[in-house]
Structures are given as C-alpha cells and as structure tokens.
Design a binder for this molecule. Structure first.
Ligand code: HPA
Length: 234
C-alpha cells in the first residue's frame, strides 16, 4: 500500500489506463475487462485490475488536474511498477478544423506550470508522448471511425480560464486542444523511463462554444478505452 493507493503489491498491472473520473474507471473496467477486481478505493479514487484479450490491465482514476494525476502516476510507477500509462479523457478544442467528438492523440503537452516545474526550474523541458504508443493509437483510431488528430495540446491549471490572450496565442501556434493532466504524465514518464500517451475526445469547443451532448459522452469514452487498449498491446 502507498499513501493514496490501497492495492497490495502485485495487484497493479504494468499497463494502466487513467481516466480523470474514478466512476469512468469503474465503467471501463466493467465494460472492457474480464474478471475486473477493485484494487483501490482510498479517497474514492477507484482502481480496477482485470484482463483484456488475456493481457493484465489496471484502469485507475487520476482525478482532475496535474497535482492529482501526479500523486497517482508517481505511486503507480515508483511503488507498483507501472510501465505503460495512458490517459483517456476529454479536452476542449482550440482549432476550427477540430470538431466535437473528434479524437486528439497528444504528441506534446505545453503548460504554464506543472508539479515538475519546481524540478526543471529554468529548463523549458518539452513533454512528449511515447512514439510507439502514439503510432499504435493512431492506427487503432482508424477502426473506431472517429476523426483523429495528432499534435500538440495544452495542459492548463485551471478549467475556468481568465486569460483569453493565452488561448488565442496557443490557437495561433497550432495547439489542438486543452485539458489539465497530460503534461505532468509525460514529465513523469520521461523521469522514470516508462511509456505514456494521452488519448482525448473533444467534449467542448473553445472557438464555437459547442459541447458534446451528455448522451454521447459514454460512447466517445468507450472509443478511447478501445484505442488505448489496442495501442498498449499492439
Ligand atoms: N479546459 C480545460 N480542460 C478541459 C476542457 C477545457 O475547456 N474541456 C475538457 N477538459
């Protein structure tokens, strides 16, 4: 057990899918995994381990924002030996050509600050995805019928942003979408020599103000789980 994860040693798989919402972790485990077992309930941050096509997988919530994800990803990597971590979540689109329901596979994740900023200090480290996972996710996305974009995203520290000038600058620099976790996941993966990727569905659009209807959220989320599982074991 660690401070935030109640699983016994050996109960966490080397491959971990990380949705922000713990209830999404429960839904994904019950929908996609064989014999899912709940391995964590500490603070309600649910984690489940089961198998997918015979491969052991853990699906564990990250919570919202980089400080929360950082706690769980650190413990999963350092204490439980996770080797492949894939964030599955939603993002807001920042380009005209990116639509609601589209999938974004994040090649890089820019940020203003991350929990790792105190470590990097003057260094502008460039957090990036594992290429093998990224390539496999792009291939897997073709099977879902979703329109898939590959490129840079922005990991924000706030959902309710008060800096329209920053959003405009990111849009001008080709950033595809905004979410709140990937940059720290990529930093931690680099630090510990493991593989990471973020696969995101566009749930809202910052330029058009459109939003994904709530009845479509489950099916979009299911597509991401499928893409992440296929990428992890390709
Ligand atoms: N901002 C930050 N995170 C998000 C957003 C957003 O607009 N949409 C989904 N996750």
């Amino acid at each position: 057990m660690t401070v935030h994860i109640g699983a016994e040693p050996g109960q966490i798989a080397e491959t971990v899918l990380m949705p922000g919402d713990p209830l999404r972790a429960e839904w994904a485990a019950n929908t996609f995994l064989d014999d899912p077992v709940c391995v964590n309930r500490v603070r309600g941050m649910l984690g489940f381990t089961g198998t997918w096509k015979g491969n052991r997988v853990t699906i564990h919530g990250s919570g919202m924002g980089m400080p929360s994800l950082s706690i769980y990803a650190n413990e999963l990597i350092r204490d439980y030996g996770a080797k492949t971590l894939i964030r599955i979540g939603s993002c807001g689109a920042m380009q005209e050509h990116v639509g609601i329901r589209d999938v974004i596979v994040a090649m890089t994740a820019s940020s203003l600050s991350t929990p790792s900023r105190g470590i990097f200090r003057e260094l502008n480290f460039a957090p990036c995805a594992d290429y093998g996972l990224l390539n496999a996710a792009v291939e897997a996305a073709k099977g879902t019928g979703a329109t898939c974009h590959v490129g840079g995203i922005y990991s924000s520290d706030v959902f309710y942003d008060e800096r329209p000038d920053l959003t405009e600058m990111m849009t001008r620099h080709g950033i595809l979408g905004v979410e709140m976790e990937a940059a720290e996941l990529y930093n931690l993966a680099a630090r510990h020599g493991v593989r990471a990727l973020a696969v995101l569905t566009v749930s809202d659009h910052l330029l058009t103000q459109e939003a994904l209807p709530s009845e479509d959220r489950q099916s979009s989320f299911g597509d991401m789980v499928q893409i992440a599982l296929e990428a992890a074991f390709s």
